[in-house]
Design a protein around this ligand. Structure first.
Ligand SMILES: [Zn+2]
Ligand SMILES: [Zn+2]
Length: 390
């Protein structure tokens, strides 16, 4: 019970049920299950089901929702039949809602608002009527497109393939497409922008014929690609490219690579910034006390203080860990060890430079044994900081 409550927590107020959609979504998986249990599967049925599934999944999305390329009339007919064979409402109905989803992502004007939970975004919005209405989006091109206006959803069955080519393929198509709105807003990384919920993931790309690079798609929706990188799985992109080569599609839209890379770099830098912020850095020089040579000498008797490049370092807590042994440090307390540190005795590693930086406790005024004119008057003299690093 609690599980169902959690799943439906984000649901809006339900005002009705779309009985046709509900029936299709209940009957097709039931038939598929019956078929899987009781109907013999021939290899040619498997091939047909798979090919028909691939065809149905080519659907409306990139051409009619986003106009990401121009398609010749035969290709348009081919694709509108593909979309219709998936039985998910008309091209107009589907594309209109999808445009609202892009314009108003993660708000209640988005029909599959991710804030309302996985169950709502996956299937709830298509089964239930609610008080939420899709937000405004420009659909004038769809209204003026005669093909979009006349094509009604249609299904192609034949007797032997009823359970698989028909029902099972349709069930697979439904849930594959629904995954774009649920899983692709839930699972994966945000390589281009993390303001909203869309994410990139190979699994959702596999489930959706390449629509799973959804973070990219929401950033650059007019781009005919969903997978920007050549090695990413996007069969729909490959199909459009082939149509382009053979002259069936033209004006494939791509966002400038420079801007895409800029977005990707910005996100990488953001991740690096988080790493940077999680690391402790040396005390900045302006926060360190500037002390006299005399103070340095006096205090280096009670703790091990080394001068390197003008900074005074308290290495007392490091004596036992020093790879060169503690004596090298203790016997040089109060001395300028710059030359020794930078190779006079041993050329210290990058890690040693980082580590010594953490032991800074002061800056020496005027250098070693400063001339009288650089001396700080006793009233202005500071003491050396305590070493708080470990
Ligand atoms: Zn989306
Ligand atoms: Zn889209």
């Amino acid at each position: 019970m609690q599980f169902i409550k959690n799943l439906t927590q984000g649901f809006p107020a339900i005002t009705g049920i779309r009985w046709f959609n509900l029936s299709v979504l209940v009957i097709t998986p039931a038939l598929s299950l019956y078929g899987l249990l009781y109907v013999h599967i021939f290899w040619n049925t498997v091939v047909c089901t798979t090919l028909y599934y691939i065809y149905s999944m080519l659907g409306y999305h990139r051409l009619w929702s986003h106009r990401s390329y121009n398609a010749s009339f035969p290709l348009q007919v081919f694709l509108i039949l593909a979309g219709a064979s998936a039985v998910q409402g008309s091209c107009y109905w589907w594309s209109r809602r999808h445009r609202s989803h892009h314009r108003h992502t993660d708000t209640d004007l988005d029909p599959y608002n991710s804030e309302r939970g996985l169950l709502w975004t996956h299937i709830g919005w298509i089964i239930f009527e609610s008080d939420l209405k899709p937000g405004p989006a420009d659909i004038s091109d769809l209204r003026n497109d005669p093909l979009v206006q006349v094509a009604a959803p249609m299904v192609l069955y034949w007797k032997g393939g009823f359970f698989f080519v028909g029902a099972l393929r349709m069930t697979a198509c439904h849930h594959s497409t629904f995954c774009i709105n649920s899983i692709a807003h839930y699972l994966g990384s945000t390589p281009y922008d993390d303001k909203h919920s869309p994410r990139d993931h190979l699994l959702s790309a596999i489930l959706t014929m390449g629509e799973g690079y959804h973070n990219f798609h929401h950033q650059f929706p007019m781009d005919y690609r969903n997978a920007f990188r050549w090695y990413q799985y996007d069969p729909t992109k490959w199909f459009i490219s082939v149509c382009h080569w053979i002259g069936l599609a033209s004006h494939l839209r791509v966002f400038p690579s420079n801007e895409i890379e800029k977005g990707a770099l910005t996100m990488k830098l953001k991740v690096l910034k988080d790493v940077q912020d999680s690391i402790e850095w040396p005390v900045p020089p302006h926060e360190l006390p500037v002390v006299t040579w005399e103070t340095f000498q006096e205090e280096s008797k009670s703790r091990t203080l080394l001068l390197i490049s003008g900074f005074i370092h308290d290495v007392s807590l490091f004596l036992d860990t020093h790879p060169g042994g503690p004596v090298l440090l203790t016997r040089n307390s109060g001395k300028d060890m710059t030359a020794s540190f930078f190779g006079g005795v041993y050329a210290h590693s990058h890690a040693a430079h980082n580590l010594i930086g953490m032991m800074r406790v002061g800056i020496l005024a005027g250098g070693v044994e400063a001339p009288a004119e650089h001396a700080i008057p006793p009233s202005q003299r500071l003491v050396i900081r305590a070493n708080t690093s470990h």
